[in-house]
Design a protein. Structure first.
Length: 172
């Protein structure tokens, strides 16, 4: 038995399993780094090193979020929404038992998924702009954590819906 991957399958994997997974994994490191970024816990040289890593990680995460959303919106999504009767969208809407997968699941991915790159970019900008002063400004650091967490939540739910939608009505 041989396995072959189509161009559409490759883009679907890149979109969800590569770009999306890197984004979600980067969140863990960034969150832990931001959470423990406190003057009382870290020396001055330690803060400088941590901020450099945090800036690189935050911009990597924001870039992955943009790659995920843009590749999904402009490459994968048109195949989902194709006008032919065999498209995943047509298959979902043709069956009353699967219509909610489109009307709720795909609508979430279409609209709310865009929050992830926007909020991740805002968080990366704040970390870059304020740098080491985040270690002293708890209120600002916690605000970045909120932006960061909402970006993660939006992408996690969109990723879950994407994986489930691909099981119910895969793009071929």
């Amino acid at each position: 038995m041989t396995m072959a991957m189509t161009e559409r399958g490759l883009w679907t994997v890149l979109h969800g399993m590569v770009f999306g997974t890197i984004f979600l994994l980067a969140f863990t490191g960034g969150f832990a780094c931001l959470w423990s970024l406190k003057r009382a816990l870290i020396t001055e040289p330690g803060i400088k090193v941590r901020i450099k890593r945090l800036i690189i990680g935050m911009w990597t995460m924001a870039t992955m979020a943009w790659l995920t959303v843009v590749s999904g919106t402009y490459i994968v999504y048109p195949w989902y929404r194709a006008k032919d009767t065999g498209s995943p969208r047509s298959l979902l809407l043709a069956n009353p038992d699967t219509q909610a997968w489109h009307t709720f699941g795909m609508e979430w991915k279409e609209h709310v998924g865009w929050f992830a790159p926007i909020l991740a970019t805002a968080a990366a900008f704040i970390v870059t702009y304020y740098g080491a002063s985040l270690a002293e400004n708890n209120r600002l650091r916690k605000s970045v954590l909120v932006l960061f967490t909402v970006a993660f939540a939006a992408s996690a739910v969109a990723g879950l819906f994407g994986a489930l939608l691909n099981k119910v009505a895969p793009i071929q």
